[in-house]
Ligand binder design. Structure first.
Ligand SMILES: Cc1cc2nc3c(=O)[nH]c(=O)nc-3n(C[C@H](O)[C@H](O)[C@H](O)COP(=O)(O)OP(=O)(O)OC[C@H]3O[C@@H](n4cnc5c(N)ncnc54)[C@H](O)[C@@H]3O)c2cc1C
Length: 294
């Protein structure tokens, strides 16, 4: 592991000062949330010196708030805390199941959804689920705060839209309407602890007659970055999320994909699998929405 300094500020102002001072001097500072990606990277390929800025001691990044109009997940909240919160799990079951897929129980005690997003892996499990629920990134920097939809946050393999003096504070999700459901599915060659060959998050809103009025579909591990597939959502709107509509949505996901071939699967296989996952996740999301009737 390369040389590093470590700071653990207790206020956001301190974090921003460290980040902007380093940025101004052309020195590297890197935020640490759970460290389950960062430390692995520092022990391997990325041995450049840096200052690690631990955000686990900040009140704002540890905030998990489930309000009447909005859910806020702070960037330091570990997956284990999310999945033990029954209000969170029943409100956003698809996002919760994506967070619950990350690593093992031990990993989930540290790993955050924010870190999964900032790490910007094409196969990051929570990213398609965040896109499906329409999550918005709340970003703080020396110039103030700004917001960005998750689908615009990841810019490429391992890169995101943060400037060197910025950090992700957390994720804002509008509280879902009544007849709404989400789901996330991934395919891995092993039963657990593996990287997705393909992943798909779907959310649907139904009206009283069971017709879909809004839908969002995110796909992972089938392109250089996780994608919002607007055409897949559009294929579900106006339908009862029946087999024909799900097949059309799956086909749209397959078309939107541009995967690599590697030891986990060929590009042809990944394109096919992502379509199947979309159909299945869409059916689960629909059934969850229907279960909320009355
Ligand atoms: C054994 C093992 C199994 C795993 N299994 C999975 C899996 O099944 N699915 C999966 O998707 N991932 C998996 N991972 C990867 C990792 O655990 C997840 O990506 C996790 O969510 C990362 O969160 P973290 O809080 O630990 O991030 P960190 O390691 O702290 O940070 C990751 C990156 O994001 C940056 N960052 C973090 N938070 C912020 C912030 N608030 N603002 C700005 N930048 C920030 C860091 O600087 C770093 O570059 C696994 C890792 C291990 C070691």
């Amino acid at each position: 592991m390369g040389a590093f300094a470590y700071v653990a500020p207790t206020s956001l102002d301190e974090v921003l000062t460290v980040l902007s001072e380093h940025a101004g001097r052309g020195r590297r500072a890197q935020v640490l949330a759970g460290g389950t990606d960062l430390l692995v990277q520092m022990r391997g390929l990325d041995r450049e010196p840096r200052t690690i800025v631990d955000i686990k001691k900040l009140a704002e990044t540890n905030r998990l708030e489930i309000g009447s109009g909005e859910v806020f997940v702070g960037a330091a909240v570990p997956s284990a805390v999310l999945n033990e919160n029954q209000d969170f799990v029943s409100l956003l079951p698809g996002l919760a199941e994506a967070a619950d897929l990350i690593g093992s129980t031990q990993i989930q005690g540290r790993a955050t959804v924010g870190g999964n997003l900032c790490n910007a892996s094409p196969a990051g499990d929570t990213i398609p689920a965040l896109i499906a629920v329409g999550a918005v990134c709340v970003i703080a920097g020396s110039g103030g705060r700004r917001e960005l939809p998750v689908e615009d946050f990841v810019t490429g393999v391992g890169t995101n839209a943060l400037a060197p003096d910025e950090l992700l504070l957390g994720l804002r999700i509008a509280t879902p309407p009544g007849r709404w459901g989400d789901a996330y599915l991934r395919f891995i060659p092993r039963t657990e602890m593996d990287i997705a060959v393909a992943g798909c998050g779907v959310s649907v809103t139904l009206d009283e007659s069971g017709t879909c009025t809004a839908a969002r579909v995110g796909i992972g591990a089938v392109a250089p970055r996780v994608l919002l597939v607007a055409e897949a959502g559009a294929a579900l709107v106006g339908s009862t999320v029946d087999d024909a509509a799900l097949a059309a949505a799956g086909e749209a996901c397959t078309k939107a994909s541009s995967p690599i071939s590697d030891k986990r699967g060929t590009d042809v296989y990944r394109r096919k699998v992502v379509g199947v996952l979309c159909r299945r996740a869409g059916a689960i999301a629909r059934d969850r929405a229907l279960a909320k009737r009355g």
